[in-house]
Every structure is written in C-alpha cells, then in structure tokens.
Design a protein. Structure first.
Length: 568
C-alpha cells in the first residue's frame, strides 16, 4: 500500500468529461503519447515525451515541459517549469487535465512492485477490479466531477447542454441513481433515466431562486451534501456562458460522433469494456448489427484506444464494382490502364493503422480471395504491379447481414470469414438501449445548432417522450436525422417540441409521461419477463426461478404489467 499525494484527472479534449484518473505518489512521471510514458495520452497533438511531473516529499508538484511541439500549460498560461501546491488546470497541447491534491492518507492497493508508478483508474466504471475502494466519499467524487465540468463551462469550451449532460451521466453512475434530470423552464436540458429494477426512495429536487433551472436526483441513498452540490451546479448553469453578446450561441467543441463509450446501458458498457481489451491486441474484429447502430463509430473508437499510430481508413465494399474496389484496396501501378497514374491503395496508406471494411458481406468473391492472400502473408501487389509491398494493418469489418448464411450459400469464403471474425461483437439496436436516447438526442441537438447557427434553449418533455416511445427502425442514424430536421424548423430561442418532428414521431406524441421513473421501471420489468419466458421456452415455473419470484408475486406482477401495457 502507498500513500498518494496528488490525483491527475485526464479530460476529454472535446467535451471536458473526465476520462481517467492517475493517483500519484512521490516520484517522477513522464507524460506523453509514447506507450512507454508513465502517463500516456493517446493524442496526435501530444509529443511522445511531452512533459515531466515531479511529486516531492513536501507535497509540491513540479511541471516541466520537455521541449514539446505544442507546449505545456497551467491555468491557460504556457509554462516551461513551474511548481504547484494546490489544484491547477493543466493542458498538454490541447488535452486538458486537472491536478489536485489527494486527501491525506489516501491509499490504493498496487498491482505492481513499482510503487512510484501512477495507477490509472477508468472513470465511471463502478465495480471495475482496478478501481480504488473507499477512496472518495460520494460527496468528494460528486464535487470533483462538478469542478472538472465547470472549468470547461466557465472557460466557454462547452455549452450548458454539454455541462448538464456530463453531470447527469457521471452523477447517475456515482450514485447508482434511477434518474438524474436537469430542467430549464418548460424544457428538458439533460436527462438520464436508467431502466433498472428497484424502487428508490431518496430524492433531491432543487430549484434556484428564479426557478430557471431545476435538478432532480432519485437514488436509494443520497449523500448529505447532495442539495448543496445541486445548488452549486445550478449556480454554474446561471453563470456559465451560453450565448455571446450578439445573442448567438458560443462555439461548441463537439466530437464528430458521440462516443458509445458514454452509454449508460449495461450491455453497451460491457461491450465497450470488452472492445477495449480487444483493442490492445492485433486481432481482427467483426462488428455486427442493424443499419444505423454506429458500427463505424465503434470501429473508430477501437482504433483510437489501440496502440496503432497509423491512419484509420474506411472503405464501403457495397458501393464499388470489383475492379474499382480492388483499385481502392490495393492501389494501382502506372500504366495498369490507359491514362492511369500510380497511386497507393487503402491497405498501403493505412500502414501501422486500421482499415475498416464496411458492408463486408457485399465484397465480390474474387476480391475476397485477394484480400485473404494479403491477410496470410502481410504483402500486397498493386493492380497491374509485380512489386510486393509490406503492410502492417489492423482489420475491422462490419455488416448488417447474416454472414454465416452468406458462407453457407457460397457467397462468402469460409476461410476469410474465420480470419476476419476472430473477434466478433454485436451492437444492440437503439430500441434495446432506450435509456441512451435522451443523451444522444441532446448531443445531436447541440451539433445541429452548431451547424445551423440556430440557438434553442432545450428539448421539451413532451418531445423527449415521443423520442422514447418511437421504435427507431433506423436506429441512431434515424435519430440524428430526425433531430437535425427538427432544428432546421426552429425559430431562434424556441425550444424543440413535438410539432417540429416528422409525422411518424408526432403519431406517438400522445403517449404522455414516457420519461417518468414509473414508466422506465415498467419497461424494464416487462423486458425482464419477456426474456425470462423466452429463456424458459414458455415454462412459467422456470421463468419464476430465473426472475427470483414466488408464484404469487410472479402472477401479481404479470397482471400489473398486462394492465399497464401500451395500447396498440
């Protein structure tokens, strides 16, 4: 066991959300993008050995830049060497980190004999075997997260909506809450409703003096300081910038896609944990799932968290004929056809990186055979060429088709299937992870405002209820399109309401209060009963055992669910 003196929290460079904590004892730590760095920041803008952080026995933290390209910063000032004894917002290039003194006597069991090595702790993963136990009280953790997000809000790097969304997500995980909602006037700013069993009693329902903002937290146990923290959060929402002097929204630094790793759905959290382990190796990955579930987003995320330092290049196998597809994959030599100049293909350009093959099932058989040869000997030949080119490529593939059936029908090579499906995962459809709809909707809502320069304060409760009630056959892509369409119809300053949706969503708008905790629990219970009966092949006795219910409780609950089932 070792006493720790400082905690370094790495922040997402786009959203300001906490990503990872490093607990630092007395010693010297190299920070950089190199895999050999003590504290690794996998960003292209961070130098391989970017900075040195020294923690002294008298509780000083000394930051020294190591001649980095983009500089080391403390409280928005570039520094060469500087000492600190209090909390400070650091930045390595544009990647921010919060350095704060640890509580006296903080201890964490170390898995390594090197006691001075920092211990990275993933943020927001309760139950992780590497996470510290009994370190932060709930109040301390909530205050820590609030400070991290508020730094970015006050600096103007994130909007009110992003600030509220980060708070809802992190507080719901920290408190294991059934619901965390932030309401502004008559519209919802951010919401997390977890579809879990159990009736929670403790509630924190807090409004500021003007009643412009309201925060509601429902959990089994709430820390004593929760009302004070909720009040502080609302004060920040009041004070933080959201529009410029001209009345236009401030620039929002949002990532191109919302990372699925921010999901609060249990299945998605487990899926991303598993994918993070797969990313650490070189094994090919096959991603299955319906159209629009975010297969390319997941593929890009796997590349980002891996150690590969080459490019991520995507190629859709369904949009090109065989000859064009092979030219894109393998490249062409000069003179391969009349007027053709030599150019490298995707496999050559992605050396030491990742190639994402979308719609893999539609790849022609002839191209499959050529790709298999490249997989087996890690060499390729350009179209029309005879010079072997060495490649080091990680393959990630995706399809919404039943690939095994394509193999049985002779339309896909079995040997190639086994090579590319060495590690396969299935993304659930959006209707199976409805608790993620509020956060996704708010995210696309802010992106659309940024693109259209239309300012809207939020999404109404009625509109969010319609989003939750709709089945989303087109999944996340359909949700994004629906939100973008709705924002175009807004007048500046107007909240997004049901009337701005397409007819198909307006038709489900009559189902009121879909977001309530009671409805969320009912949906979860109904889903659990359906799964239990399917697993038990319709045998009620076996379903009772799976659900852990007595016969009386089983049939009473079944009757309640039938009575509250939505009308068709």
């Amino acid at each position: 066991m070792e006493d720790f003196r400082y905690v370094l929290t790495l922040l997402d460079e786009n959203t300001g959300a906490a990503l990872q904590r490093h607990y630092l004892g007395t010693g010297v730590y190299i920070i950089g993008s190199s895999r050999k760095a003590d504290i690794r920041i996998p960003s292209e803008s961070v130098s391989r050995q970017h900075a040195r952080l020294t923690i002294t026995s008298d509780n000083q933290a000394i930051l020294e830049d190591l001649g980095s390209t983009n500089g080391s910063w403390a409280d928005h000032q570039r520094v060469e060497k500087q000492a600190f004894q209090d909390s400070v917002l650091l930045a390595f290039s544009h990647v921010q980190a919060l350095l704060a003194p640890a509580d006296p006597g903080t201890r964490i069991a170390m898995a390594s004999d090197r006691s001075s090595h920092p211990r990275p702790v993933p943020f927001g993963e309760p139950g992780d075997k590497d996470a510290p136990t009994q370190y932060f009280s709930q109040e301390k953790r909530l205050l820590d997260e609030l400070n991290i997000h508020s730094q970015a809000l006050i600096a103007g790097d994130i909007s009110h909506g992003q600030f509220a969304r980060n708070l809802c997500r992190d507080w719901s995980l920290t408190l294991n809450a059934d619901a965390v909602e932030i309401q502004g006037a008559d519209y919802l700013i951010a919401s997390v409703v977890r579809q879990e069993h159990g009736s929670r009693q403790a509630q924190c329902f807090h409004s500021n003096g003007t009643k412009e903002f309201t925060i509601r937290v429902i959990a089994e146990h709430l820390p004593p300081l929760m009302p004070s923290l909720a009040q502080l959060a609302m004060n920040l929402l009041d004070a933080g910038p959201s529009v410029s002097d001209s009345g236009k929204p401030l620039p929002r630094h949002l990532p191109p896609e919302m990372p699925g790793a921010e999901s609060i759905n249990t299945q998605m959290i487990d899926l991303y944990r598993t994918c993070k382990k797969a990313a650490s190796g070189q094994i090919p990955v096959l991603i299955l799932g319906e159209t629009g579930t975010g297969k390319e987003v997941l593929a890009h995320w796997i590349h980002q968290v891996s150690a590969r330092d080459g490019e991520f290049l995507a190629l859709n196998c369904a949009t090109l004929g065989r000859e064009l597809l092979e030219a894109e994959l393998f490249g062409v030599e000069k003179g391969a056809a009349t007027g053709v100049e030599a150019r490298a293909g995707v496999l050559e350009r992605a050396h030491r990186g990742t190639v994402f093959l979308d719609e893999l099932a539609d790849m022609p058989l002839e191209t499959q055979a050529r790709l298999l040869r490249a997989l087996e000997d890690t060499r390729i030949y350009r179209v029309g060429g005879n010079r072997p080119i060495e490649i080091d490529v990680r393959f990630i593939s995706a399809t919404n088709q039943a690939l095994e059936k394509r193999v049985q029908d002779g339309e896909f090579r079995l040997d190639l299937f086994h090579r590319l499906a060495a590690f396969d995962i299935t993304l659930p459809p959006l209707r199976a992870r409805r608790e993620d709809i509020p956060a996704l909707a708010m995210y696309f809502f802010e992106r659309a405002q940024q693109d259209t320069h239309i300012f809207s304060p939020g999404i109404t409760q009625a509109a969010l209820s319609s989003l939750l009630a709709y089945p989303w056959p087109g999944n996340i892509r359909e949700l994004r399109n629906e939100i973008e369409r709705a924002v175009i119809l807004l007048d500046s300053g107007q909240p997004l309401d049901v009337v701005h949706f397409s007819k198909r969503l307006q038709s489900v708008g009559g189902q009121k209060n879909c977001l309530t905790l009671e409805n969320a629990v009912r949906r979860a219970e109904r889903e659990a009963f359906n799964i239990a009966l399917a697993t038990a092949k319709g045998d009620p006795q076996q379903a009772m055992q799976l659900l852990g219910l007595s016969r009386t409780s089983y049939y009473r609950k079944l009757k309640q669910l039938d009575e509250t089932a939505p009308s068709t």
